[in-house]
Design a protein around this ligand. Structure first.
Ligand code: ADP
Ligand code: MG
Length: 289
């Protein structure tokens, strides 16, 4: 990680993260456009630095067509900046897609929703059930599940062909690591937080499935499944788990899958394997191949 950052030409900023900007850059060697997370580590506490190291380590090992590709990490000690170079997703994020549709009062076509759900499920399947890379001496073997823990439309990026690239693993954790309280790192309105996290502060693969259900619901209804004016009211609604039917144009099959993911009892929710076995998702997967 001792590359000089001169090999990248800075272009415009494309987003602002909790610790700095996300900037478009051009790699001078081959002209390739990349995204660069620019983190000022002087502003970070010890915990946050550990978190960042964990994020980079998790991303480094996750290689999947529907997960943002991590390319390299550059440390600029002189200015105390860490740069994380990753694949650039020029289609923006899913939050912007939802916002555009909401503003023009147009529902998102069901076909597109299934495509997004299928690709997000494949990305999550890699996180939850992926294998180690393996080498000459060690064959690949199942590795500890990686929990994303911050699934929401803002963290689902799209490439030029509108393929899903799951990103922002800033709160993700491997299940082998000791569980830390989620609340201490969680910022923002927890629209996508699962009932078990609210009641017992526990988080497992099924909590990611809950959040996936929230994302798909929001793509259909153009608003999250649970809305409230205060955190307290929101918590109550989430724990009750009462959700409205999707707008009338969406199929029973879609309603059914979304409901299955939004069950208050985590054990009743499908795993990524269950979802990938659903007829419509299998079909969608075939079409993507
Ligand atoms: P934060 O942890 O602050 O939420 P994110 O990684 O989610 O940081 O990035 C913030 C925003 O920047 C995203 O919602 C997205 O719009 C944009 N962004 C982040 N990474 C990329 C990328 N690789 N390609 C394109 N846009 C990106
Ligand atoms: Mg984010």
């Amino acid at each position: 990680d001792s590359w000089t950052f001169d090999e990248f030409e800075p272009l415009e900023a494309i987003g602002s993260g909790s610790f700095g900007l996300i900037r478009k850059v051009r790699r001078k060697t081959d002209g390739k456009i990349l995204a660069r997370k620019e983190i000022d580590y002087r502003k970070m506490g010890v915990k946050e630095k550990e978190q960042l190291v964990a994020e980079v380590n998790i991303l480094k090992d996750l290689k999947h067509p529907n997960i943002v590709e991590f390319l390299e990490r550059v440390i600029d000690r002189e200015n105390s900046f860490i740069y994380i170079l990753m694949e650039y997703c020029e289609g923006g994020d899913l939050a912007a897609v939802i916002k555009r549709h909401k503003e023009s009062s147009l529902y998102i076509p069901e076909e597109f929703i299934w495509t997004i759900m299928t690709q997000l499920t494949m990305a999550l399947h890699e996180c939850h059930c992926g294998m180690t890379k393996g080498d000459d001496n060690n064959p690949p073997q199942p590795r500890a599940p990686i929990l994303h823990r911050d699934l929401k439309p803002d963290n689902v990026f799209l490439d030029a062909n509108r393929n899903v690239k799951l990103g922002d693993f800033g709160l993700s954790r491997s299940l082998t690591n000791p569980q830390k309280a989620f609340a201490e790192t969680y910022v923002g309105t927890p629209y996508y937080m699962s009932p078990e996290l609210i009641s017992e502060s526990v988080y497992d693969v099924k909590s990611d499935i809950w959040s996936l259900g929230c994302i798909i619901f929001e793509m259909c209804a153009l608003k999250p499944p649970f809305l409230a004016d205060s955190q307290h009211e929101l918590s109550l609604k989430i724990k009750m788990g009462r959700i409205q039917a999707l707008p009338a144009q969406y199929s029973n099959e879609l309603n059914h899958v979304v409901r299955s993911m939004l069950q208050v009892n985590p054990r009743k929710r499908p795993t990524t394997s269950d979802l990938l076995a659903a007829p419509r998702i299998r079909l969608c997967k075939k079409q993507l191949e």
